[in-house]
Design a protein around this ligand. Sequence first.
Ligand code: ZN
Length: 433
Amino acid sequence: MNKHIFATAIAVCAFFVSASAQITAIRAGKLIDPESGKVFSNRIILIRGDKIDAIGANLTIPPGAKVIDLSHYTVLPGLIDCHTHLADGAHDSDPMGVFRKTAAELALESVPNARAMLESGFTTVRDVGTYRALGDVALRDAINRGDIIGPRMYVAGAYVTITGGAGSDSGLAPDIILPWDMRYGEANSPWEVRQVIRKLASNGVDHIKILSSGAVLTHGSNPHSQEFTLEELQAAVDEAGHFGLRVESHAHSAEGIKNAIRAGVASVEHATMIDDEGIELAKQHGTYLDMDIYDEECIQEEGKQGKMPADFLQHDAELGQIQRDNFRKAVAAGAKMSFGTDAGVCPYGTSGKQFAFMVKYGMTPMQAIQAATTNAADLLGRSNEVGSIKPGKYADIVAVPGDPLADIRLLENVQFVMKDGKIYEDRASRTQE
Ligand SMILES: [Zn+2]
């Protein structure tokens, strides 16, 4: 076929496909609305293109609409994980693994991570840093172009870290020079912090990840330590603000957490050793606590299999229970909580397992769902686009059999996933074209 005619034929087909597939109707048996905290029965959701058009009990389904029957299922907004690392290659508990792979290998290994995340029901992620800078930007853009399958990604580009800090690639002899993309985010003064953030902003990131304490899963790092000064953290929040970007801070230590909150970050990641003053400060400043209380299970399990370095296991064993107890305290105190799992520590596609732990440690099932929908959307600054099933928002919709408010573990096995009005997983519906 002549190339020009072929291209025209494709364009014509695409036109008819989009015209005929433009309206989709979902029959939802039960519908969880995290905005109101209510559950509705027998709702119809009308979707036009990639957006939700209308929702109600007695809507007329337009003739020619594609009807998706989820009348025996509970329908929820697409889930949001606010702490992922999708661009770090295949799940690998060895932190030295990153030094054995090229940037291209890591990038290609990350393709199935994105797919697993989406197919498990997480239609949006806030991806909070990668060992090789800007791999996450490339992954986001490949998904947005439709080249590969994955969730809607909001990315950090790199870790903003002190030299030798929690976000640096450590454990190598000092005379080994790392490539540029492994030291991109290093900064050691307020002005260097600003410079790194200017670079990140010009490279198209969606938010900034800074580290204000040592880490568990970094060699030679002490999670009890404080990293960056208050002045440096304030510079980060101020500079990011010039570009309309929010800042999240990794922090385990009580002082690292409080410094980050005082500096005005949008969320504290891990928040492991948060004390009463820290919880109070978080409430005053409206700071989200994004506590990854499930991944301890994976770290200790891989430890038993001899896959995890001894110093990591030591850090983790001390801190895992402390973090869970502090999660319970923060929930009881009424601090703002979001859902973040540190996906990559546990295998990709298993984030849903954190819901049961959030309920075990003090949340109601509805609160746990809100953490991963309305709260997460608020933390991203995207409440008008994602986080609930409302007209005008993206058609990001998932479904499970049974009642997840009675059995939260149903969210570990999501049976239907739609993102942007397009179905990516369907073990549930009896769809009629
Ligand atoms: Zn992380």
